[in-house]
Design a binder for this molecule. Structure first.
Ligand SMILES: Nc1nc2c(ncn2[C@@H]2O[C@H](COP(=O)(O)OP(=O)(O)OP(=O)(O)O)[C@@H](O)[C@H]2O)c(=O)[nH]1
Ligand SMILES: [Mg+2]
Length: 689
């Protein structure tokens, strides 16, 4: 592959709802530009972009792949992102390092939820974009309707730079309103068919008017003469596209390679090169700095993706924002405070690796087998350490509990979970103390499912998933006393200990242990043993197997035996007396109550509100945020375990939520009874084993 310098590079993300044809478009780019001899296909697993075995099995993209397309002396790095909402993290990473986006529409379904969400992220990253109405060959294709659905859901000024040449089975190419020529499958310029001439002229007039907005001089000329030259048209258009005041519209049928050449030309002429970028904010030792996209600047390269593969090793994908990287050189990773060697420097094209000597400012490349660098880190010069900003990723709220399939898997669980999460900014894991479970959290059930399979195929570790337990707490509601005598006489020396104690609810602290011993019945030297027995029981609970909180224990009397009394006897007596007292002290369960914020489209407000009631939720109020309504409610965690999936189905995928722990509350007795019953059953089953 040739070396490309900054002005000859374009970094463009392909985003849209699932199945709009993004991966097919990347494939068409490769074939059209001569990089492949055969047009690959998603359905038979032969595409360059969806090469992961799980992608081939599911026939959808799960990860963003880089497809560099060499066309007319330019290199366009296409970042083909997934469309399924669970994999939004991959979309965010792709947009972070792109300078523009192609937003695809399926000509039949038009604007879809995934496209709307991707659009909002494009807004966040301030990316110039183009809309491509794809699959124009489909039986029910309706380009106009598809575009109308865009204007209905988002606020945008669309401007056609093409008209479709036919529709459905008759879709044969595009009418280019800049050159005023028609382009068929072979991308050769021919005369516009007579029946489309008038509509092309009318559309061109609108296009000129839009382009004139880009520059005062152009506007003046347009007002004077009503015309612009082709060069002026492109110049003006480039400005209005880059400023985001217009979004150009193009047409295609990627599956038949129609419209593909014109689309590549438009990417080059209208979307910015990295050289057009404003200087980027970076953190340096002395405070904030700005870096510019030139090879001469200090090195600043952002790692947007890493993959850990036991066969290929670790692969690190980065984008250079300033400076350049030379093969075998050393770079500094300030986030990890470590030096790394760029020995396996290459350009990745799907799964293919093309070695390179130099990666220039603005380009995207990869390096293999680095030691410590991870996604979101920055490469810089050791003499000039820099850190680039990391985008916000949404909170992972879909949780499952994880267990090993076999004993051998148990030893590998934490290392493989760590590696999985290292690859994915929206996946995380931890051990939950209160329930003793290992928790994996992600964006939805498919996300988790893919991660579990990846653990199995890549790291050879079998994992089972379970419903996560709610970290309930046990407590008491009134004062109660009890006594217990532990006595054992078998053979040699016996065991004897008797403890009288009282338990009281305690609001300020989790646990307090004191005594009111008077006289000589029980010597204080046994108190630590008694406390030890009680503390151990506090951890595992008395009624339902959950840790106990907010209890005060007072030992007020007991008995000892001159020979048989020993600490272990008092540990047991203390524990049993405590259990008896708790049973009489009105034991209850407390549950975590979450502060939940649900972002709801107005149309689904009624459904979401009434659903809250069925979840024992208490709505605290509503707020408005970025033009959407946010419902704020207190809801028990137990009722929120599968909310990620449920809010999606209630709102057609548009709603989402965040939550954090607010406080603990007593579990209503009818709910508590079921939990206690389930615990008894579990204990009985364990005994049988
Ligand atoms: N009729 C028609 N079908 C197409 C066209 N482009 C893609 N398809 C088909 O649409 C389906 C989805 O295409 P993909 O390229 O996988 O779509 P995607 O946008 O990458 O989907 P995700 O990766 O799941 O987000 C496949 O069966 C393609 O063969 C087209 O131009 N016309
Ligand atoms: Mg895809």
């Amino acid at each position: 592959m040739k070396e490309y310098t900054t002005e000859f590079i374009r970094n463009v993300a392909l985003v849209a709802h699932g199945s709009a044809g993004k991966t097919m478009m990347a494939e068409a780019f490769l074939h059209f530009s001569g990089a492949t001899t055969r047009l690959g296909n998603i359905d038979d697993g032969s595409s360059s972009s969806d090469y992961d075995e799980e992608e081939i099995r599911r026939k959808i993209s799960l990860y963003t792949s880089v497809i560099p397309v060499e066309y007319k002396n330019y290199k366009i790095n296409i970042l083909d992102a997934p469309g399924f909402p669970d994999f939004i993290g991959e979309v965010i990473s792709a947009l972070r390092v792109s300078d523009g986006a192609l937003v695809l529409l399926d000509s039949v379904s038009g604007m879809e939820v995934g496209t709307e969400i991707a659009w909002k992220y494009c807004d966040q990253f301030n990316l110039p974009r183009m809309i491509v109405v794809n699959k124009m060959d489909r039986d029910n294709a309706n380009g106009e309707k598809a575009l109308a659905s865009v204007s209905e859901s988002i606020n945008v000024r669309l401007i056609k730079i093409q008209l479709p040449w036919g529709e459905k089975q008759n879709f044969q190419g595009v009418i280019d309103l800049i050159t005023m020529k028609a382009y068929g499958k072979d991308d050769k310029a021919v005369e516009i068919p007579a029946d489309l001439k008038d509509s092309a002229l009318a559309a061109r007039a609108e296009l000129i008017e839009a382009a004139a907005e880009g520059e005062d001089a152009l506007l003046e000329k347009y007002l004077d003469t009503g015309e612009l030259t082709e060069e002026e048209l492109i110049r003006g258009l480039r400005k209005v596209v880059r400023s985001g005041s217009f979004v150009p519209v193009l047409y295609s049928a990627a599956g038949h390679e129609i419209g593909v050449g014109r689309l590549l030309d438009s990417i080059i002429s209208l979307l910015p090169s990295p050289a057009d970028l404003d200087p980027q904010d970076v953190k340096a030792k002395g405070g904030n700095e700005k870096v510019s996209p030139t090879d001469n600047g200090p090195l600043a390269a952002y790692i947007w993706k890493t993959t850990a593969d036991p066969f290929v090793g670790r692969m690190t994908y980065f984008r250079v924002y300033s400076g350049s990287i030379i093969a075998d050189s050393k770079v500094w990773n300030e986030n990890k405070e470590a030096e790394e060697r760029m020995s396996g420097l290459h350009i990745q094209r799907g799964k293919e690796q093309i070695p390179v000597k130099t990666v220039h400012a603005g380009d995207i490349a990869s390096v293999s087998k680095l030691a410590v660098s991870a996604t979101s880190d920055t490469f810089s010069d050791k003499s000039h350490p820099l850190v680039m900003p990391i985008p916000d990723y949404p909170n992972a709220l879909f949780r499952v509990a994880i267990g090993p399939k076999t004993q051998a898997d148990a030893t590998k669980i934490s290392s493989s979970l760590t590696r999985l999460c290292e690859e994915d900014m929206t996946l995380s894991w931890h051990n939950e103390k209160a329930t003793g479970q290992t928790i994996l959290q992600g964006m939805g059930d498919q996300h988790i499912d893919v991660a579990i399979r990846r653990a199995e195929t890549k790291f050879q570790v079998g994992l089972n998933t379970f419903e996560p337990k709610v970290p309930y707490r046990e407590g008491i509601t009134k004062i109660a006393s009890a006594q217990y005598r532990h006595k054992k006489q078998s053979g040699g020396s016996g065991q004897f200990g008797e403890v009288h104690l009282r338990v009281e609810p305690l609001m300020e602290e989790d646990f307090e242990f004191t005594d009111e011993l008077v006289g000589m019945n029980l010597s204080k030297s046994y108190l630590p043993a008694i406390e030890k027995g009680i503390a151990a029981t506090m951890l595992t609970g008395v009624i339902a197997g959950y840790p106990m909180h907010n209890i005060k224990v007072i030992v007020y009397d007991g008995k000892e035996h001159p020979v048989d009394s020993k600490p272990v006897a008092f540990e047991i007596a203390g524990r049993e007396a405590f259990k008896l007292a708790v049973h009489d002290a009105g034991p209850v369960l407390f549950e975590p109550i979450m502060n939940v914020r649900v972002v709801v489209p107005d149309a689904s407000m009624g459904d979401v509100m009434s659903d809250m009631n069925t979840r024992r939720g208490r709505v605290q109020g509503t707020e408005s945020e970025h033009g959407s309504t946010v419902v704020v409610a207190h809801v028990p965690l137990a009722e929120m375990l599968r909310y990620t999936t449920q809010i999606r189905s209630m709102t057609g995928g548009r709603g989402y939520f965040t939550m954090d722990l607010d406080h603990y509350e007593m579990v209503p007795s009818h709910v508590a009874a079921d939990i206690i019953e389930a615990h008894k059953k579990e204990l009985a089953e364990k005994k049988e084993e």
